[in-house]
Design a protein around this ligand. Structure first.
Ligand SMILES: [Zn+2]
Ligand SMILES: [Zn+2]
Length: 320
């Protein structure tokens, strides 16, 4: 991320401090999405975040498993959402959620540096989220003096993560928060399943002081126990599995969301005050062929407060 200043045109920032669904409806976010670009990595690091309330999210893949596993070469110019890597997200420049087959190429394109990654959080072991060679490449790119890469996941899922003295496996216990560099992270059980595995698929709650965000893919709905756990939380952002778009009888409905499900959940979570009034509702894990072009998606969804993510999209949450 060191070359950010030279590549400000590559990344689009949503400065998400005061605008919410209400201003979205008035087009506020649309202006913002195109208005603020290029922010140096240093501004988002925990060490420059003394109040501990700022969370920067960089989407390093927003597609479901049916997108090509090979990402276009760097010299091929891509319009927003034209190609989607396997779903992955970087938090505060150093915590990677999921590490699938496309993540290294997407990182290169958006100037994210593998050597900066201190921790990987795994949601589950489907191959669009877990790629052994890429995990090893990230672990080996770290300065050896900094110690091994920490790799967090369900204990059963961790068995599929390569063994290496550069990787330290850390089992995640459901609903038991742990700390990464001042961020409070909690793995929550997700309604999703990996065949022939006893693992519990996870989604992650990330809290930084008064700021909190839920990364909720892959998942269909929220499990009852997870929805109960979240009742005492107030989210600034939620990132939904939106695999199926408007839906219509797709069999993936038992393990992923369509937009009708997402609308129902938003309404309920808002009425329970789990979503703050200005919470950002972001959609990822979009299946190829089940959504219109990204431009059309934005036109349809932004007015109702749904933000379709795209590879390279950055969101800054700051309640400080
Ligand atoms: Zn997936
Ligand atoms: Zn999956």
């Amino acid at each position: 991320m060191k070359n950010m200043e030279n590549n400000s045109d590559r990344r689009q920032f949503l400065k998400v401090t005061t605008m919410g669904i209400a201003s979205l409806a008035a087009g506020g976010l649309l202006r913002s999405a195109h208005g603020e670009e290029g922010k140096s990595q240093g501004e988002s690091s925990a060490s420059n975040n003394p109040a501990g309330t700022k969370v920067e999210l960089l989407f390093l893949g927003t597609g479901a498993a049916n997108w090509p596993k090979k990402y276009p070469p760097l010299n091929q110019k891509l319009s927003r959402g034209e190609v989607r890597g396997m779903s992955s997200m970087l938090v505060n420049g150093h915590i990677l959620i999921d590490c699938g087959p496309t993540v290294l190429d997407v990182m290169k394109r958006y100037d994210a540096n593998t050597a900066d990654i201190t921790d990987i959080l795994l949601t589950h072991t489907h191959p669009d989220h877990l790629h052994a060679d890429n995990i090893l490449a990230i672990a080996n790119s770290r300065d050896a003096g900094l110690g091994p890469l920490r790799f967090w996941g369900d204990p059963e899922a961790l068995k599929q993560v390569p063994d290496s003295d550069r990787i330290e496996k850390r089992p995640v216990e459901i609903e038991r928060p742990f700390d990464i560099d001042g961020l409070k992270i909690t793995g929550l059980a997700s309604n999703h399943h990996v065949d022939a595995s006893n693992e519990t698929c996870l989604i992650y709650l990330i809290e930084s002081g008064a700021t909190s965000v839920l990364y909720a893919t892959d998942a269909a709905w929220l499990l009852t126990r997870t929805s109960i756990y979240l009742r005492k939380k107030q989210l600034d952002a939620i990132i939904w599995d939106a695999t199926m778009g408007e839906g219509q009888g797709d069999p993936r409905i038992f393990s992923h969301n369509d937009l009708t499900m997402i609308r129902h959940m938003n309404q309920t979570l808002a009425s329970q005050k789990v979503l703050k009034p200005d919470a950002k509702i972001i959609l990822t894990h979009l299946a190829k062929g089940l959504h219109p072009s990204h431009e059309e998606l934005e036109k349809r969804l932004l007015p109702e407060g749904l933000i379709p993510a795209y590879d390279g999209m950055s969101v800054v949450l700051d309640k400080g």
